[in-house]
Design a protein around this ligand. Sequence first.
Ligand code: GLN
Length: 476
Amino acid sequence: MQHRSYPQIRKLLEEGQLTCMELVRNHLAVIHQKNHLNAFLSIYENEAIARARDIDQKIKNQTAGKLAGLVVGIKDLLCYKDHPLQGSSKILNGFISQYNATAVQRLLDADAIIIGRQNCDEFGMGSSNENSAFGSVRNDLDNNRVSGGSSGGSAVAVQAGMCQISLGTDTGGSVRQPAAFCGLLGLKPTYSRISRYGLAAYASSFDCIGILANYVEDIALVLEVIAGADEMDSTVSRKEVPSYATELNIHKKKFKIAYFRENIENPSLQEEIKSIFTETIQNLKSDQHVVEPIDFPWNEYVLPTYYILATAEASSNLSRYDGVRYGYRSPQTKDLSTLYKKTRSEGFGREVQRRIMLGTFVLSASYYDAYYTKAQKVRRLIRDQVKEIFSHYDFILMPTTPTTAFKIGTHSSDPVEMYLADLFSVQANVAGVPAISLPCGIDKQGLPVGLQLLADDFEECKLLKFSKMILDQRQH
Ligand code: GLN
């Protein structure tokens, strides 16, 4: 299907050259035709069609909301009232959301159309979408390769044209990494920019809702609709939400960009990604931006810090799934203790169990100070250092991933190998700052390469503006 940004679509809708009904039917046709990609767990066909009809009427009456007719897919970690929610896990079999996530509610209020629920790694834990109780998602460019994860279904759905944008979640790279593997843009905003109400928790101090799309314009519009204060989430920022979309085109500026010397020297960085990275640096320099290499002394601690803290938080968050109040309950239950044990052993997949055990270990009385407390301190050092960099520079540029999309099964036997796929993406989550992955080229096999930009807290405006400059320049 032909790619168009939402502002272009909106224009056609208003001129009567296109209807929401046509849009929805086109996306549904692709969803059915590309069923083998396993991107969707539920398709809300009749509802989407009914909403399209209503919104077409609203467009005629000129009462349509800001995102009228924007066809959206949502990751299976976001609550959508009266619809199933499973976090791609068996343990939530049969669970139906009782309320809307704030981000979902705001999309609906703006007249977006939700077309379905998207496959992901179980509770967001993974980097390839191979850890789903519903099976792997396949990359539309090469069906033997992974989509990336954990928002794999969300990425492939946009890649294949099954929806215009997706809402994913990014705890350690889960929006940016699949965006890079699928040739899309993926934004993880500043921690606390978007309410987490109705987002099934993995690691609460890292979890962010993020946006996957083909166009910066679409990301800007969706962000300004879903971001901002919410009385249902006490951790969300009350900072005013700027109009990201209107600011996109305002004054083109010269920026100061840092990159880490270690990133380029990293032996695990795929050769073509390295050359696209250095080429991009050269292009930015010839465009009169200042680009400088710097050292990041805590580099080797970023990934371990993430995996210690994220597993600790996961072990605590996932204790709510016990088979008592909702979801799966083992039929082997004899008493309270077997109820918990059997339900959790049968309901959670292997990777989730591994993380719960790791997290429980780092939080246990004898090891708490050695691991959890220490990792918290290191996290603070990392954040301080990143903030220090942003007192001199506008952006940090780095690769999104060490490799392009790998073959399904490549890392399944070695969890540490899989964790290394997050080498570059976790930095923004550990520091809490916003980051975006941009499609910046292809490798020898034609697979997309993503580069990411990090900015200071709440600098999404600048981040999106600069992303547009880079992408526009690539097209010329
Ligand atoms: N791949 C990382 C992990 O497994 C990040 C996941 C995410 O961002 N949800 O923890």
